[in-house]
Structure formats: C-alpha cells, structure tokens
Design a protein around this ligand. Structure first.
Ligand code: NAI
Length: 258
C-alpha cells in the first residue's frame, strides 16, 4: 500500500507583481498550495482572480510581528507544512551613493536584506518540520559584481547571497536546503523603460521573462544547487568576475555604466 503524497506548499513574498507573481501562477498551475504575500493588495486581488491561490494576504516583510502572523495563518492552512519559503520581495533605487537620501538607503536595506532575514528566522521552524524543504531567495546579478548607481541594492543582494551560503551549511543538519537565484535583467515593473530599449538580443544581459525565473524556482526544489543563474550564461560572467574583478569593472565602464 502506498501513502498519498502530501500537497506541497510555497510561501512567496512580493507575489503581487513580476517574478513573485509568475512563480505563484506556475506553482498554483502545478497543484501546489500557494501563499501569496505582498504590500500591494490590489495586485494580490488580481492574482487571486486569475488563479487558485491558497492564501493571499497583505504582508510588509520589514515588520516582524506581521511576518509572524502571516506565517501562522499560512501554517493553519497547511497543517504546519512549508516546502519552499521564497524570499522574493524587493525594491530598487538608483543614484550615485553620495546623492542618495539616507532614508532611501535605509528603506532599501530594510526591505531587501532585513525583510529576507526576518522571513528566514520566522519561517525556519516550519522549514525544519518539513522534510526536503528549501529556503530560496531572489538575489541578483548585482550580487555577482556590484552595479554602479545601485550601491545599496548591490550591497543588499551580496548580503542575501552570503546569507544563503551561510544557511546552506547551517541548515544541512536539519535537512533544509538554502539556495538563491541570480537573475540578470527581468521584464518586470522594476525595470526602467529606457533600460529595456538598450538591451542586447542574446547573452547574459538579454531580457528574460519572469516565467523563466519561476521555472528555476520550480527546478531548485528538485536539484541540490546553491546558486542559479537566469540566463545561465551569467555563470561564466560570475567565474570571470571572481578571477579577474578588474576585467569586470573595465567591462562595465566600457558599456558606459560608470
Ligand atoms: P516587481 O516590482 O515587479 O515586484 C516586487 C514586489 O515586491 C512588488 O509586488 C512589491 O509590492 C513587493 N514589495 C515591495 N516592498 C515590499 C514589502 N516591504 N513587503 C512585501 N512586499 C513588498 O519586481 P521584480 O522584478 O519582480 O522583483 C522581485 C525580486 O527580483 C526583487 O527582489 C528584485 O530585487 C529581484 N530582481 C529583479 C530583477 C529585474 O531585472 N527585474 C533582476 C534581479 C533581481
């Protein structure tokens, strides 16, 4: 006699738009219980109208108390199960560091870094209680080599990559994996329209769809890999940037990104 497979479940932050939304749609299509969390309640409403979303709830990832309540609400639906925590909510802010209002720098770090750490801390008991679970985060190509005029953003994404690596060791004994995705340039609301027009048709800096990133989240559940690249060509860029960082710097300067 075989026992029935439990229904898998994913908790997605930043689910109202872009990568989070595409991931929510993909996992819901494939039968998972999806918890969709975001500050944007209108976007969550649209998502819910389009798909079988198990739980759609407002959550500001910077608020630990709100996060605890959201995880508790999710656990009530899933019987305490959490197969994937997807730390995806994030913002971007562009300006040279010395021109950035300090409040904007702090806000970005609160969302992109502390929001991820709060999520990890809060959801870890559920992850540890769920066999084969995965703590997955959206990093960025800005975590490969910092991006000019995106200093706080680059710092936040390098930090998330470090968190992932540290947790990949720390959580091993609990049977929980930690991994992240480093997307290049994704066609979402975050992308300035003028950037879209300048992109090459192929290679690591081509425009990718949110669905391509969502497919990687799907694959990451089954494959034990710490860093995922979208598009995959970014891995070669990463190897180059590690071995010859001056070459990476000069490459970006030659593209006029100084
Ligand atoms: P998006 O702007 O379409 O989606 C981001 C979502 O996060 C929005 O729905 C927003 O309401 C939500 N959010 C913002 N602050 C929040 C908070 N405090 N609490 C809860 N939700 C909050 O952008 P996209 O591109 O889908 O971004 C998702 C992730 O992908 C971000 O972490 C971003 O840094 C990362 N990323 C995006 C790239 C791109 O080119 N679009 C490239 C590399 C990484």
């Amino acid at each position: 006699m075989t026992t029935a497979e439990p229904r898998r479940c994913i908790f997605i932050t930043g689910a109202a738009s872009g990568i989070g939304r595409a991931t929510a749609l993909l996992f819901a299509e494939r039968g998972w219980f999806v918890g969709a969390l975001d500050v944007d309640e209108t976007g969550l409403g649209t998502l819910q109208a389009e798909s079988q979303i198990g739980l759609a709830r407002r959550l500001d990832v910077t608020d630990p108390q709100d996060y605890r309540a959201a995880v508790a609400a999710f656990a009530e639906h899933t019987g305490g199960r959490l197969d994937i925590l997807f730390n995806n909510a994030g913002i971007i802010a562009s300006s040279p560091l010395d021109e950035a209002p300090w409040e904007a720098v702090e806000r970005l770090l609160r969302i992109n870094l502390f929001g991820v750490m709060i999520g990890m801390q809060t959801a870890l008991p559920l992850l540890k209680a769920t066999p084969g679970s995965l703590c997955f985060s959206t990093c960025s190509a800005s975590a490969i080599f910092g991006s000019a005029n995106l200093t706080a953003y680059s710092a936040s994404k390098h930090a998330v990559k470090g968190l992932t690596e540290a947790l990949s060791i720390e959580l091993k004994k609990h049977g929980v994996r930690a991994a992240d995705v480093l997307p290049g340039i994704v066609d979402t609301a975050m992308l300035p329209p003028e950037t879209r027009a300048m992109l090459p048709p192929d290679g690591p800096w081509r425009l990718v769809t949110p669905r391509e990133v969502a497919e990687v989240v799907w694959r990451a559940y089954d494959e034990d890999r710490i860093h995922w690249y979208v598009p995959p060509e970014l891995k070669d860029f990463h190897l180059m940037a590690v071995s010859e960082p001056e070459k990476a710097r000069d490459y970006f300067i030659s593209l006029g990104r100084g």
